[in-house]
Write a protein that binds this ligand. Sequence first.
Ligand SMILES: [Zn+2]
Length: 130
Amino acid sequence: MNQAAQDLTSPSGAVTCEKCRRGTMAAARVERFSTSAALFGYLLLAIGAVPVLGAIACGIMTATSTLGQIADSKDVAPAAAGAIIAGGIGAVFAFVMFMGGLLPLVAGIVLVQRKSVWRCSACGYIYDRT
Ligand SMILES: [Zn+2]
């Protein structure tokens, strides 16, 4: 007689907790890792977002000013070359800043991920809802 273990579904359709058999499993979303890991993740997001957003702004400004300078100096080759070099330096700087911010940003995104779970209303037992 092992029917209780086999049949975890109550007549109402709610799934009974397989651990305590008192509570019912409710859909919930929890941090993939832990609360402190998620907090650290938000910190990393803030640290990473600044240089990444700065790099994007810097890249746009560099591109606009470079194109503007090239347009202004269409008859003067050395000036156009200078604008391209300056633009290139700006682009490299923006790229390095972007990559520097990307690592904490990606790590932060991973840490703050939440997962869908079933959580017991009585004992708090959690299992993945996949
Ligand atoms: Zn339970």
